[in-house]
Design a protein around this ligand. Structure first.
Ligand SMILES: CCCCCCCCCCCCC/C=C/[C@@H](O)[C@H](COP(=O)(O)O)NC(C)=O
Ligand SMILES: Nc1ncnc2c1ncn2[C@@H]1O[C@H](COP(=O)(O)OP(=O)(O)O)[C@@H](O)[C@H]1O
Ligand SMILES: [Ca+2]
Length: 542
């Protein structure tokens, strides 16, 4: 087949061409027209444009029944430069491709080319389709879970209206499960034979994503014979990629990996077969596995916000604002000891100006270190005693951010310089301070000011940490119950010392962990997502 051909687009003659990796179309008329210079380098139909084959969603052939309806267009065109006649224009094909718009949004654009004969049309459709078939990274069969009750309860609607048509266009087959109860997706994934799928999609929020990774990681460890209750176990990485269609309340994992929480954008990243490794933290208590975390593990402020917000689920996403306000007013601090193991082998620092973006070299470097350590038999992690550091005190918040935790409320995130896949978490300790100072810290999450540049805030990049509350958990349950039953929620929370004898709980990706004493360890690049990390804003389609 010719590498280039003449076709019609919007009544003008275009030359289309295809090489190994790029499909382009350029207007032949524009070359000599006075407006050519202005149009050069422009975007959109009617101008010169190119699209990487890796970003073509589909190519479809449409037989045109007749020329009557379109004859005005053909007449206009034939009067300019073409040698086509209206009778010859019977065949067209449409190319659907990724188009970038503002703030990391992707949408599906389409362009239809009219060919002079059927053979030419078929040849181009086949040539493009062959190139698409060579895109081995693209998923063909997906298992989809929809949480119908996440966020504003629009998960099913979002999937049916915005996502399913795109998957169909891209010839992706799906098995869709609308969850009927909490943990439905997790339990299904822990047991089902996953070999027939090329990936898993969850439609919902961070809680739904958490269910999916629990099912997937558990099954993977079970098959590999790994004991998840042992905090020192070296976990086996999961091979299936996971896609998130945001339909939750915070959607922080989607936002921090794509740059926006938009269902169409996420669906397109799945279709083109993007892949991004991600760190996962394991949380243990007394040598018992509790949970995995990908975004935020928060004790104190974020733990209390979550606990309170669970009573107000009917409010939808605004439950977090309501509970956030209440928790801020309660100004509760918690006493305890944090032991942490600093990350020494990785590149980067939580106070860096640079950010984790698509193709991040910090994460790639950690990936190489991981490969090296995977080739060794022994688990290297058993750290020397003297490596551990200790911090004791009264804290308003202890936040462990596995990634930036950016979301629409906090566009830079809780730890703006954190990395998706470097094998570390940023441990943020907010010590007891005045309400005014804590508010200053919180407000800095919403703007570009440095939330760590405050005397009562410390941040460390760590591989592992252990938190021990001052008050033992067994005693604590009694205190909390007595306090709640007799005086309501806040009464027992304000002893004269200003620090609570009641423990907080951990917020683990939006799920509550009741234990306060935990041991947390990061597992570098344990899972993969159908994303590429946040693109630099200069990355354009053409
Ligand atoms: C005075 C102004 C104060 C504003 C402070 C804004 C800081 C907001 C930072 C939020 C960081 C959230 C990290 C993400 C956590 C999610 O995993 C979790 C669960 O999300 P989901 O409900 O499942 O989508 N959401 C929450 C709020 O705990
Ligand atoms: N069908 C269901 N009924 C009730 N709860 C569910 C269902 N499916 C999933 N869940 C649970 O709903 C919780 C919140 O889901 P999520 O999708 O994260 O929404 P949100 O972001 O609003 O919290 C998760 O803990 C998940 O386990
Ligand atoms: Ca990380």
């Amino acid at each position: 087949m010719a590498a280039a051909a003449r076709v019609l687009l919007n009544g003008q003659v275009f030359e289309i061409s295809l090489n190994e990796s790029v499909f382009s179309w350029k207007s032949l008329r524009l070359r000599n027209s006075p407006s050519a210079a202005a149009a050069r380098g422009g975007r959109g139909e009617g101008e010169n444009q190119s699209v990487p084959v890796s970003e073509i969603i589909a190519v479809c052939k449409t037989e045109v029944a007749g020329t009557c309806k379109e004859s005005g267009r053909w007449q206009k065109m034939t009067s300019t430069t073409t040698s086509f006649t209206p009778e010859q224009i019977l065949h067209d094909f449409t190319v659907y491709y990724v188009q970038r718009s503002k703030e990391h949004h992707w949408c599906c654009a389409e362009v239809t080319f009219y060919c002079s004969d059927q053979l030419l049309c078929n040849q181009w459709v086949q040539a493009l389709q062959r190139r698409l078939d060579l895109q081995g990274v693209r998923p063909k069969n997906l298992l989809v879970f929809i949480n119908p009750f996440g966020g504003k309860q629009l998960g099913k609607h979002i999937y049916d209206k915005k996502v399913a048509p795109l998957f169909q266009l891209a010839s992706i087959t799906t098995e869709v499960i609308v969850t009927e109860h909490a943990n439905h997706a997790r339990d299904h994934l822990a047991e089902v034979d996953l070999r027939i799928y090329d990936g898993i999609v969850c439609v919902g929020g961070d809680g739904m994503f958490s269910e999916v990774i629990h099912g997937l990681i558990c099954q993977t460890q079970k098959i590999a014979g790994i004991d998840q209750n042992d905090p020192n176990s070296k976990l086996v990485a999961c091979s299936l990629r996971i896609g998130i269609i945001p339909a939750g309340s915070t959607d922080c994992i989607c936002y921090a990996t794509v740059g926006v929480n938009d269902p169409v954008t996420s669906a397109l990243h799945i279709i083109v077969g993007d892949s991004q490794p991600m760190d996962v933290s394991s949380v243990h208590h007394n040598n018992t596995f509790l949970k995995y975390s990908v975004s935020l593990l928060g004790y104190g402020f974020y733990g209390d916000v979550l606990k309170d917000s669970e009573n107000n689920r009917w409010m939808g996403p605004s439950r977090y604002d309501f509970s956030g306000f209440k928790t801020f007013l309660s100004h509760q601090c918690y006493e305890g000891t944090v032991l942490y193991l600093p990350a020494t082998e990785t590149l980067g620092n939580p106070r860096d100006e640079s950010r984790c973006t698509a193709g991040c070299y910090v994460c790639q470097y950690s990936g190489k270190l991981l490969d090296l350590s995977n080739n060794k038999q022994e688990l290297k992690h058993v750290a020397e005693e003297e490596d551990w550091k200790v911090v004791k005190g009264k804290f308003l918040a202890i936040n462990a951010a596995n990634m930036s935790c950016a979301c629409s409320k906090s566009p830079m995130g809780l730890s703006p310089a954190a990395h998706l896949a470097d094998g570390t978490i940023d441990l943020i300790l907010v010590r007891k301070c005045s309400r005014f100072n804590f508010l200053r810290h919180l407000i800095r999450h919403t703007n570009k000011d440095d939330q760590f540049d405050l005397a009562f805030v410390e941040v460390y990049r760590v591989k592992q940490f252990i938190f021990t509350p001052k008050y033992s958990e067994e005693d604590n349950i009694d205190i909390r119950d007595i306090g709640k039953n007799l005086f309501g929620q806040f009464c027992s929370d304000h002893p004269a010392c200003g620090c609570s004898q009641v423990n907080s709980n951990w917020n683990c990706d939006g799920e509550i962990i009741e234990h306060a004493a935990v041991e947390v360890r990061v597992h570098c690049q344990l899972i993969k997502l159908f994303v590429r990390g946040i693109e630099h804003s200069t990355q354009k389609t053409s």
